[in-house]
Design a protein around this ligand. Structure first.
Ligand SMILES: [Mg+2]
Length: 184
């Protein structure tokens, strides 16, 4: 792995573990380093598999943790990681994680989905597109938060589900047919 790839992968991992990848000096506490060692140990392995103490405690690493990493993250999966990190930080800054049990988030997804449907309450075709987009964003925002609370990667779980869907609905049987898979 090149240095640039290492930084990119590490920045993504930081987003997953901490909900952000840019830190302030006061974030770099003893507890932070404990979590960093546990959550990101793969990034500190020397060639012989030992833990790289020198790198872990280096000033270079400390400075890099405080740098803006948006330059590193430009493709679409990086944009998703940045969005997840932004949502994580939004909640962390407000100490709202305490309200985000899986049950509360499932309720919130359902409530926002109902608000999305409300946009079409009296007319299937004459709807306010901006309202629809806002409610759609609310649904997806809560879906992201639920994946964060469950500690799962959204892309992975959707891909796994797509694997199943492709098997359940083979093109030769399902093309142009809206029947359920067990009625194909
Ligand atoms: Mg809403």
């Amino acid at each position: 792995m090149s240095n640039e790839e290492w930084k990119k992968a590490f920045a993504q991992k930081l987003s997953e573990v901490f909900g952000k990848n840019v830190f302030r000096k006061e974030d770099l506490t003893k507890e932070f380093y404990v979590d960093l060692r546990i959550g990101c140990s793969d990034f500190f392995e020397t060639e012989d598999g030992a833990f790289d103490q020198d790198l872990f405690w280096s000033e270079g690493l400390q400075n890099w943790l405080m740098e803006d990493k948006s330059e590193l993250m430009t493709d679409s999966s990086d944009r998703l990681a940045m969005l997840c990190a932004r949502i994580g930080k939004f909640n962390e800054d407000r100490d709202w994680g305490q309200f985000h049990s899986p049950c509360n988030l499932a309720k919130s997804i359902s409530i926002e989905a109902a608000e999305l449907l409300e946009c079409f309450q009296w007319d299937d075709t004459d709807y306010d597109r901006n309202d629809v987009i806002e409610e759609l964003a609310d649904v997806m925002n809560y879906c992201i938060q639920m994946s964060q609370v469950l500690g799962v990667d959204m892309i992975d779980i959707i891909n796994e589900k797509m694997d199943k869907n492709e098997k359940k609905y083979p093109v030769d049987k399902a093309r142009g047919v809206s029947a359920k898979y067990d009625e194909l």
